[in-house]
Design a protein around this ligand. Structure first.
Ligand SMILES: [Zn+2]
Length: 437
């Protein structure tokens, strides 16, 4: 249903589009590389991005405050007072990934150059365009004198690109908003769901020995030279374990699915495999030895994705059962079962599973329909800060502009899509929060 405020709101966003583009340029020109990738004060300027956003929010009548999820790295919050029941948070992250190979860029990564309707720069798409779109939406709402019934919060968070400790803290605040719109780029697709992600380490223990005595371990028989010096090679056990995990992955991929998600996206990808001698408290070998030592530790880190409707606790149990079955098939491993370590690096991303008839889904759908735009619902393949809100029971949706080459050279955002995103976020915010009468 088209509302009376609808067309004027879209027009108000359009009138301010040049200012929105200029704001995005200012944000892109402040390098805010996550310091976990590169520690360089000249590039780690998240706080300056927050200063720029805070000035915008204050000019729009937001009350602002900060918190520090990590030392010297502030989250910025703003809010317009309003009721709890229809409260909403607009969320974006201010950190960006490093430039990477500078020679592969055809523009200055922090120049925010505009060419053929696109703005280029690190963070232009991921996701300073989202922050600019949310500010533009608030400016239009304010400009028309619309007063929202529900409380509107603005969460500009740090650290999305390296763990999401900013959003973790934002999502834990009280009173919690009723829902969150994470304005990562989506090209106008409404993304109400995302798979969960776990990083899990499996530590396989063998028995050290001298490589010259390997024959004593791998050939049968009772030659006197085979009577001592037996070893158990952890690398070979680890390689066999990979096969067992691959079988579980295939079983999940073939038998399970979720609407709007490509079949088989629930993968268990081995990402790191390290073998050596000794084993520290973190499950890593303490000595990366030379090949003369048969390794007694093989450590494998997996990136495990599961479907939006699955529960992390169930997935963990299934994975552990797979490792236990594998161990039961081997006499040595029966006595020395592999160790499974969850929450690697303190990370854990619950799935996002917001219904397509949730009020925020509806608000976005109706806003696009009212503007004569096609409506597509699809799950998100990557994890976003919406996961950290989901951990606190806050339903979230990813919705934003159309970007290209995020994390790569010549990252860019389409400026027409920035306008559309700002218009739709404005309309969906008014629909979701309602108006004071
Ligand atoms: Zn992002």
């Amino acid at each position: 249903m088209t509302e009376a405020w609808e067309a004027p709101l879209r027009e108000a966003v359009a009138r301010e589009h040049d200012n929105t583009v200029a704001l995005l340029q200012r944000l892109v020109r402040i390098p805010s590389v996550n310091p976990k990738f590169v520690a360089d004060p000249a590039q780690n300027r998240e706080a300056e991005v927050q200063d720029a956003i805070e000035a915008e929010l204050r000019a729009l009548g937001f009350t602002t405050e900060r918190s520090f999820p990590l030392p010297n790295r502030p989250n910025l919050y703003g809010h317009w007072a309003g009721g709890q029941e229809r409260s909403l948070a607009l969320c974006g992250h201010v950190d960006v990934v490093p430039v990477g190979d500078r020679a592969s860029w055809t523009t200055d990564p922090f120049g925010a150059e505009i060419r053929d309707g696109r703005m280029y720069g690190r963070g232009a798409g991921d996701m300073k365009a989202g922050l600019a779109a949310c500010i533009a939406a608030c400016r239009a709402i304010r400009g028309l004198g619309l007063v929202l019934d529900g409380r509107l919060e603005f969460h500009a968070v740090v650290d999305e690109e390296a763990g999401g400790f900013g959003a973790m803290q934002a999502a834990a605040r009280q009173p919690a908003p009723g829902a969150v719109l994470v304005a990562e780029s989506s090209g106008g697709t409404i993304r109400p769901s995302a798979g969960g992600l776990e990083w899990v380490r499996v530590v396989v223990r063998g028995l050290n020995g001298h490589s010259s005595r390997r024959f004593a371990s791998i050939y049968p028989g009772d030659h006197p030279a085979r009577s001592s010096g037996r070893s158990v090679n952890a690398i070979e056990l680890g390689a066999r374990l990979l096969g067992a995990v691959r079988e579980l992955e295939t079983e999940w991929g073939v038998n399970r699915s979720y609407p709007g998600m490509p079949p088989g996206m629930n993968t268990i990808s081995p990402g790191v495999m390290v073998a050596g001698a000794g084993c520290g408290p973190d499950g890593m070998p303490t000595i990366l030895s030379n090949p003369a030592i048969v390794p007694d530790t093989c450590t494998i880190d997996f990136d495990l994705k599961f479907l939006p409707h699955e529960r992390s606790a169930d997935i963990r149990r299934e994975f552990e059962a797979c490792i236990a079955r594998f161990a039961a098939s081997d006499p040595w491993l029966r006595e020395h079962p592999p160790q499974v370590i969850w929450d690697l690096y303190g990370l854990h991303f619950p799935p996002v599973d917001t219904p397509v008839d949730h009020p925020l889904s509806r608000a976005l759908r109706e806003s696009r329909e009212a503007a004569g735009l096609p409506v597509t619902f699809e799950g998100a393949l990557g994890v976003t800060d919406a996961a950290h809100y989901a951990a606190h029971g806050i339903k979230g949706i990813v919705y934003g502009a159309l970007s290209a080459d995020a994390h790569g050279p010549d990252e860019s955002v389409d400026l027409a899509s920035l306008l559309e995103a700002a218009q739709m976020i404005a309309a969906a915010t008014v629909r979701f929060c309602g108006l004071r009468t």
